[in-house]
Design a binder for this molecule. Structure first.
Ligand code: ZN
Length: 158
């Protein structure tokens, strides 16, 4: 499951890099460990009145590291979109990773869509836990089944 970096940074998905950076820096200040201590103290003394949710600094940094790079962001956006659509139950088909073609050059798996487009998922995406792909041409989505860990069936024993 992907983390929603936009939710973590509390920015909209079409926020500009500048906006995201400002928000990142703001959150860094708010959620800095030293500040958190102060806040916890403050929260303890003002019980119930402080509604600020503390976000792990690690998540904030991770979100920024991803969104600051246009390439990473584009890739993340498509993964996030697929995940959301998946959550909405709009998956058109289930396919097995074994049925996909592996392209060593790009390190990605492809599967033809009925619209003559392609479903493409990279090894990096698989490692991130992405299991849904939007067609490169139409808006259909497939869910890809694969074993995250090595789990081979020995069928040769017969
Ligand atoms: Zn298609």
């Amino acid at each position: 499951m992907l983390k929603d970096y936009y939710a973590i940074l509390d920015v909209s998905q079409d926020a500009s890099l500048t906006e995201i950076k400002q928000q990142y820096q703001r959150l860094l200040l708010i959620h800095h460990p030293d500040k958190q201590l102060q806040q916890q103290t403050a929260t303890a003394s003002l019980k119930g009145s402080a509604g600020l949710k503390l976000i792990p600094l690690q998540d904030i940094k991770e979100a920024w590291e991803c969104l600051r790079e246009p390439n990473h962001r584009a890739f993340y956006d498509s993964s996030l979109q697929a995940m959301r659509l998946h959550a909405n139950g709009q998956v058109h088909d289930d396919i097995d990773l074994d049925d996909m073609d592996f392209d060593e050059g790009s390190g990605s798996y492809t599967f033809p869509c009925r619209c003559s487009g392609e479903y493409i998922i990279s090894e990096d995406e698989l490692e991130l836990g992405v299991d849904t792909v939007v067609c490169s041409t139409c808006s259909l989505i497939v869910r890809i089944h694969y074993e995250a860990a090595e789990d081979e069936d020995d069928e040769d024993t017969n």
